[in-house]
Design a protein around this ligand. Structure first.
Ligand code: GTP
Ligand code: MG
Length: 445
């Protein structure tokens, strides 16, 4: 999905991490890369310009809370989230949902996907087919529903020549005991008056809580025209963009939609019924950037920078192996170590870690923990006392080598020194648990 955009943005972030300094020239370069990536993904030029200006402004003028590289990454991330919109709330409650959209946009498939979504959340969905124009329409929907064990109604029991509104009314009445009633409607080739009249009529009669427009991602920026027209007709509550798996233009549809009064609710990412996901722009961007849960990382970094959050004991200059251990645990809790390392501005130290090196680093940390498990209480609190014979014993006990134990001791010394510098106020490093570990690792390389 949007692979090209994703890989260019990842490359840009890597450049930021590797930059020696964040100055005007670097920011200009970053902005140019982002522009190129967004234009290729079909995002509207005016939006691209806007995001460029904002990144330039914010990167250079905003007061720094994080270090300069992290600050730029944060700005880029927040601005990308902003152009995609936040996504819309989709309540997990009993409700009626009406699906509208042009011919072939993916309404019928999305009805089944949506039913599956609610089913997985523990609600009981049912689907009503209100497409009497295409003979195969009801068979298609019935088959999809049968596959996932969802009840289905198409008015087959009503007299011939029934109107769409009668079918919907009978269906909703019949499914009274169901939580979520999803109504599929017929598509047309264009925004014709009859189609609009028909969906208006259904809308006025049923007053469905949700009115979802289904859009094919490959229409790109055209998305906003359609979204506006349907919004005028029935007041949209959300948009489902389908076929995200098959186009490089997904950025166009996504960003165009965020310009309308409605936002993206779901994404269709394939033909199978489970190829469907709730849209949350921050998650989506994190994934495009290949950064795990960047939002929580940024929040954590910011929080841990607040003065009152600083661990006083650490700053007193007494930094034991146990403290180191605690920090390692914190790193673990924060999720995949590799992702964290990728977030760190390693470039400033001229370190370019490839994937394999990340892996070794994580293994190394695991080993450190095993070694610490082989130490006595005294050794853990007063690492100074660990001399040659103790090192040998610890290595034997933990199945490691003396060189590896030495490395841990050195690791601890560097960290302790950094803590002391921090306490004296000479050096300012982010107190993010884990960030400091990362910096230490870099110093050791
Ligand atoms: N690859 C991919 N194909 C999809 C996706 N969503 C729908 N399709 C395919 O697109 C085609 C049209 O989907 P439908 O669900 O029938 O579209 P519709 O809007 O109901 O079409 P009409 O009822 O004719 O207006 C089908 O072949 C689907 O399998 C998606 O997210 N990814
Ligand atoms: Mg259909």
């Amino acid at each position: 999905m949007l692979e090209k955009l994703s890989s260019s943005l990842k490359e840009t972030l890597r450049k930021i991490a590797m930059a020696n300094r964040i100055d005007k020239q670097t920011v200009d370069e970053i902005v140019r890369d982002i522009q190129r990536a967004l234009i290729q993904a079909d995002v509207k030029i005016s939006l691209v310009k806007e995001i460029s200006n904002r990144i330039r402004e914010r990167s250079l003028k905003e007061k720094l809370v994080l270090n300069p590289r992290e600050h730029v990454i944060k700005v880029v991330y927040e601005e990308l989230v902003r152009i995609l919109g936040r996504g819309v709330e989709v309540p997990l409650a009993p409700q009626q949902i009406m699906m509208v959209g042009l011919h072939g946009s993916g309404k019928t498939s999305s009805c089944a996907k949506l039913a599956r979504y609610y089913q997985k959340k523990g609600l009981k969905p049912a689907v009503i087919c209100a497409d009497v124009y295409r003979p195969a329409a009801s068979d298609q929907l019935r088959q999809l529903c049968e596959k996932i064990g969802v009840s289905f109604y198409d008015g087959a029991n009503l007299p011939a020549g029934k109107r769409v509104t009668e079918i919907v009314k009978a269906g909703v009445r019949g499914f009274e005991k169901y939580d979520v009633k999803i109504i599929d409607t017929a598509g047309r080739h264009a925004l014709e008056k009859e189609m609009i009249d028909e969906i208006r009529e259904i809308e006025e009669m049923m007053k469905p809580e949700q009115r979802f427009l289904v859009l094919d991602a490959s229409i790109g920026q055209q998305a906003s025209v359609q979204a506006r027209a349907f919004d005028d007709a029935i007041g949209l509550t959300g948009i489902i963009i389908t076929k995200m798996d098959g186009t490089a233009k997904g950025g166009g549809a996504l960003s165009a939609v965020s310009e309308t009064s409605s936002g993206v609710a779901f994404l269709g990412t394939g033909e199978k019924v489970d190829d469907f996901e709730k849209f949350e722009s921050d998650r989506f961007i994190s994934r495009l950037l290949g950064m795990g849960d960047i939002k929580s990382l940024i929040e954590m970094a910011e929080e841990s920078l607040k003065p009152e959050e600083v661990d006083v004991d650490l700053l007193k200059g007494k930094f034991t192996l146990k403290d180191l251990y605690k920090q390692l645990e914190a790193v673990k809790k924060m999720g995949p170590f590799q992702k964290l390392m990728q977030m760190l501005p390693l470039g400033g130290y001229g370190i370019d870690l490839d994937d394999q090196m990340y892996q070794i680093t994580e293994d190394k940390l695991k080993k450190f923990k095993v070694m610490m498990d082989s130490m006595t209480e005294e050794e853990l609190t007063e690492p100074k006392i660990i001399g040659g014979s103790r090192i040998k014993r610890i290595a034997r006990g933990s199945g490691t080598t003396t060189a590896e134990v030495n490395e841990l001791i050195k690791y601890h010394k560097v960290m302790q020194k950094m803590m002391k510098s921090l306490a004296s106020g000479r050096v300012k490093i982010p107190m993010m648990k884990g960030m400091s570990i990362g910096k230490m690792i870099k110093k050791m390389k």
